[in-house]
Design a protein around this ligand. Structure first.
Ligand code: FAD
Length: 392
């Protein structure tokens, strides 16, 4: 129903065959790390510096709130639950911070939406609950909420430092023998016909020459669509710019909760979300996790900080820097695109939004599919072939 190559085209990679991972953001780096744990020889290519793509612009919230329908929620949740193990496997400081998520609403519409969202999350067994204004104050005395018509909290969400994860994954992969080439992107692919008459990639072309490969992973974020087209795969994306600004390091602002989602200050403004990283820097974004925003001016950064300061007065001395607009890797229907494709049987696609939440699971499942030649049912709704008329 959802496409993907038929089982008879899936073969274990086995042996010590060579995988080229194109893209060293959180997804490519995590996959390279997992492949190298299975002793697969890996070359990682990035046309810039590792982690400087969407991963460096991310709000990096590990969450399953706001992820519908049910199978997508469970997919995110499964990855959330893997983060502690992923951190242990990496054995490095990755800025992993738990504490949960607090949201409150000050308008009737907002309160109705929040109640409907909680009803759905409760139906799926997600451990979130309503709380009142007094409980918010007891939990987080530094917050000035304004009117509260509905509020909800969960204890299970958190955030990470994406650059630390990318660096840790590549370090561990390198220690296991992986080659990491920066400022050296894939410029094309050398195609050939294999013994089964299939068109496969036998080499990844770069400005420094061709790298022979048995399997290619395309994890190049927004650039994945253009690279996929080079191997005959249609992988359309939405245009999804976003802006998350950063303050200078601040003393701890929150006692327990790790991510705040606060209502609009006045009509015409959107909601804001914020988190404080382990190094004290506060990240502030607006709207939902998918909201489109291209304003990376200092004025907009100041406005976001002003709005955040109304809710967290301790931010009043903070300085904020604009961060250039980031572009979410976003398949056209908003869901991940993970797996081999019928028309390019040795090219594995790994393109997704919420790639921070999903990195541990996506990397583990991709590695199983690539190395063991198996097909994971949990990935069926997310096969890249769903976009392709050539999909099988
Ligand atoms: C504003 C914003 C907020 C977000 N908030 C969240 C959030 O709260 N929670 C969450 O889970 N997700 C969030 N996301 C999404 C998440 O950040 C992304 O899904 C994730 O970072 C994608 O990682 P990636 O490795 O696929 O892509 P990227 O980080 O973009 O990495 C792709 C890499 O490929 C390289 N590349 C490109 N072309 C080539 C080439 N030809 N050859 C070699 N290398 C190439 C690039 O240089 C880049 O380093 C957010 C994203 C944005 C932009």
């Amino acid at each position: 129903m959802f496409g993907g190559p038929p089982m008879d085209r899936l073969r274990p990679l086995g042996g010590r065959k060579h995988v080229v991972v194109v893209g060293a953001g959180i997804i490519g780096a995590s996959i390279a790390f997992q492949l190298s744990r299975r002793s697969i020889p890996v070359t990682v290519l990035d046309d810039g510096e590792p982690g400087y793509g969407a991963s460096s612009h991310s709000f990096a919230w590990i969450n399953a709130t706001g992820k519908s329908p049910d199978y997508y929620h469970y997919f995110n949740r499964r990855s959330m639950d893997m983060w502690a193990r992923f951190a242990r496997e990496l054995d490095a400081d990755i800025g992993l911070t738990w504490g949960g998520y607090l949201q409150w609403e000050s308008t009737q519409d907002g309160a109705d939406r929040l109640r409907a969202q909680l009803a759905e999350l409760h139906f799926w067994g997600y451990p979130c609950r309503f709380i009142n204004e007094r409980e918010i104050q007891d939990l987080e005395p530094g917050i000035v909420t304004g009117p509260v018509l509905a509020a909800a909290i969960n204890d299970v969400e958190g955030h990470v430092d994406t650059q630390k994860i990318v660096d840790a994954c590549l370090l561990r992969a390198s220690e296991a023998g992986a080659i990491v080439r920066t400022n050296s992107g894939a410029t094309g692919f050398k195609m050939t016909q294999n013994a089964n008459g299939e068109t496969v990639v036998e080499g990844v072309e770069t400005e420094m020459g061709e790298i022979p490969c048995d399997t290619v992973v395309l994890a190049a974020g927004v650039a994945t669509t253009a690279l996929a087209a080079m191997v005959g795969v249609d992988l359309p994306q939405q245009y999804s710019p976003g802006v998350v600004v950063r303050t200078d390091p601040q003393p701890p602002l929150l006692q327990k909760v790790s991510v705040l989602y606060a209502p609009q200050i006045e009509p015409g403004h959107s909601e804001i979300h914020l988190r404080q990283m382990a190094n004290g820097v506060v990240q502030i974004g607006e709207g939902s996790q998918e909201s489109l925003n291209r304003d990376d001016s200092q004025g907009h950064a100041n406005d976001l900080l002003d709005r955040a300061t109304k809710y967290l007065p301790a931010l009043s001395g903070a300085k904020v820097s604009p961060v250039p607009v980031g572009f979410r890797p976003m398949p056209r229907d908003g869901f991940p695109a993970i797996g081999f494709c019928g028309s390019a049987p040795n090219v594995y696609m790994a393109l997704m939004h919420s790639g921070v939440t999903l990195a541990p699971l996506a990397a583990e499942l991709a590695t199983m599919e690539i190395v063991d030649g198996i097909r994971v049912d949990a990935l069926l709704p997310f096969r890249p072939d769903r976009f392709s008329s050539k999909g099988s």
